[in-house]
Write a protein that binds this ligand. Structure first.
Ligand code: FAD
Length: 502
């Protein structure tokens, strides 16, 4: 029988995507004859941003045998319980999108229906009072979740804010220790087989050729292999995602400032500003629509609101929201920015790297590159990114700001049908359309609908089976439970100090 197995994988690019892919593949193929080579150009460098994550990152590195403590120490990380949105719905508005549940479902009916009924009765207790994650974040506290949470109320999840360069180094150390070969060189050209256009090799600046069976394009926005060489079309989503550039700047922590256990995102006149607290510094930036704001205007909005004193010069990073129509073509799979980028809100880009790598492992091809495998990969990737896209668009669509043309345009835009269906079901019935390959679950959608003040007219009538007095008591018990848990949790800063002491 002929052996069709892949023997060599060449990863092009050594940013977060390249090194995460290398680490995961080295682990997946340990003790097999598959060689992994990564080519990166230290002259070109990596994009150097991407510091806020979602909890799936912890599952990613756990699979490599890495502990939270080890990764946090290696990357100057802080804990992230969610994202705090300031001024989004309207100037002065403030809510947290936590990782985790709200309240406790009762007899199969979602908690939010009970909360909606109580709200209709005039109780203005915020939804956040029923989320341990949101309550801990608001109080600046952090402890690891209970391993076996006694109730749904004790459930929350967490992620990391980390230094992207240190994280890539950590992944690199793992990959190289596991046998990945690194080549530091600029790729000059991509060599394709004349008969079918498959990539045969890449040629480096010094004339060397690096051949491979499978190429993983992690070359960043340029999409050197998939986009440039194989000509896979870019699907532009700019009509829904209005921001197309960012200024990023690092700041020095002020003595005594305790890092918040959440990412801060503040709406500005034509975009939004991020603040990501790390141990040794903070990451800041403003994502904006260049059609609405000049660079000078952006800097005037960004610089007075840094998390500390500026440490670097602001760096402009243009981008185009959208994705390559196929993430996989012939013998080339794109992972990371080369496959597409939405924008940094909700910190989904690194998570999409994780799912891209997981999918590649699951659907790993042989040298026949069966169309069924490629089609499945492409279908799953497309659906997943569309779902994330819709979730991000929601944040723009639901705004009620009246202070600029940007926000008015966002509110008036026609959104994708898949999203409109979701909004319609929520407002009509307080329920969630669930598609396949969703990264964000109903609790996240609930956080955003509520944070923007969009509620259904009515609650599920099943809730009426509970008497008003029982409802009130049940909700109070849940709140008290959460408040007690928060009171007994140490400050985030104490958690980090304990981590330092080991
Ligand atoms: P890059 O980091 O650009 O790496 C590309 C690699 O390819 C480099 O090593 C480069 O040297 C190499 N390369 C390119 N051309 C050649 C060549 N010719 N020869 C050899 N090598 C070459 N994601 C999140 O999850 N959370 C966030 O908070 C977040 N914030 C962001 C903020 C902004 C403003 C932007 C733009 C992105 C943000 N992202 C975020 C996305 C995140 O930064 C990326 O997903 C992540 O860094 C992965 O990038 P990459 O590895 O695909 O590309």
């Amino acid at each position: 029988m002929q052996d069709h197995r892949i023997r060599s994988v060449v990863i092009v690019g050594g940013g977060t995507a390249g090194w995460m892919t290398a680490a995961a593949l080295v682990q997946h193929f340990r003790s097999t004859p598959v060689s992994i080579t990564l080519i990166e150009s230290s002259e070109i460098g990596a994009v150097g941003v991407g510091e806020a994550t979602i909890p799936t990152i912890r599952r990613f590195y756990a699979q490599l045998g890495m502990t939270d403590d080890a990764v946090m120490r290696a990357t100057q990380a802080t804990c992230k319980l969610g994202i705090r949105f300031l001024d989004w719905s309207a100037p002065g508005s403030d809510f947290i999108h936590p990782f985790g549940h709200y309240g406790q479902d009762v007899r199969g009916t979602g908690f939010h229906h009970y909360w909606l009924k109580q709200r209709q009765a005039g109780d203005d207790t915020p939804l956040a009072a029923y989320s341990l994650g949101a309550a801990l974040a608001a109080a600046g506290k952090f402890a690891l979740p209970a391993p076996n949470p006694p109730t749904q109320l004790s459930v929350f999840d967490w992620a990391l804010h980390f230094d992207a360069a240190l994280f890539a180094q950590h992944m690199r150390a793992y990959a190289e220790a596991g046998g990945c070969t690194r080549i530091d060189a600029r790729i000059r050209s991509v060599e394709q087989r004349p008969e079918d256009g498959f990539i045969r090799a890449v040629t480096l600046d010094d004339g060397r050729e690096v051949e491979g069976d499978l190429f993983v394009d992690c070359s960043g926005f340029r999409s050197l292999l998939l986009g440039e060489a194989l000509g896979v079309r870019f699907e532009d989503w700019g009509r829904w995602l209005p921001c197309d550039a960012a200024f990023a700047v690092q700041s020095r922590n002020r003595p005594g400032d305790a890092p918040a256990p959440f990412t801060r995102v503040t709406a500005r006149s034509a975009g939004w500003q991020w603040g990501i607290p790390l141990r040794h510094r903070a990451g800041n930036g403003l994502v904006f629509s260049s059609a609405h704001l000049s660079d000078d205007q952006v800097l005037a909005e960004l610089m007075p609101h840094l998390l500390g004193d500026p440490l670097t010069e602001p760096r402009r990073i243009p981008f185009r929201p959208g994705r390559r129509a196929q993430a996989w073509s012939r013998n080339c799979v794109a992972i990371g920015l080369s496959a597409g980028f939405l924008e940094p809100l909700e910190s989904t880009s690194i998570a999409l790297i994780e799912t891209g790598v997981a999918r590649l492992k699951q659907l790993f091809p042989d040298r026949r590159f069966a169309p069924a495998v490629i089609d499945e990969y492409n279908d799953q990737s497309a659906r997943e990114m569309e779902r994330v896209r819709d979730f991000i668009i929601l944040h723009y669509k639901l705004n009620r700001r009246t202070d600029s043309a940007f926000w008015r345009d966002c509110r008036e835009m026609t959104v994708p049908d898949t999203l409109q269906r979701k909004i319609d079901l929520w407002t009509a019935r307080g329920e969630f359309v669930r598609y396949r390959w969703e990264m964000f679950h109903p609790a996240s959608w609930l956080a955003i609908y509520d944070g923007f003040g969009v509620h259904p007219d009515d609650y599920d009538p099943a809730v009426d089976a509970m008497t008003p007095a029982d409802l009130e008591r049940g909700l109070r018990d849940m709140r008290d439970n959460i408040a007690r848990l928060v009171a007994s949790t140490p400050d985030h800063a104490q958690y980090l100090a304990a981590l330092d002491r080991g």
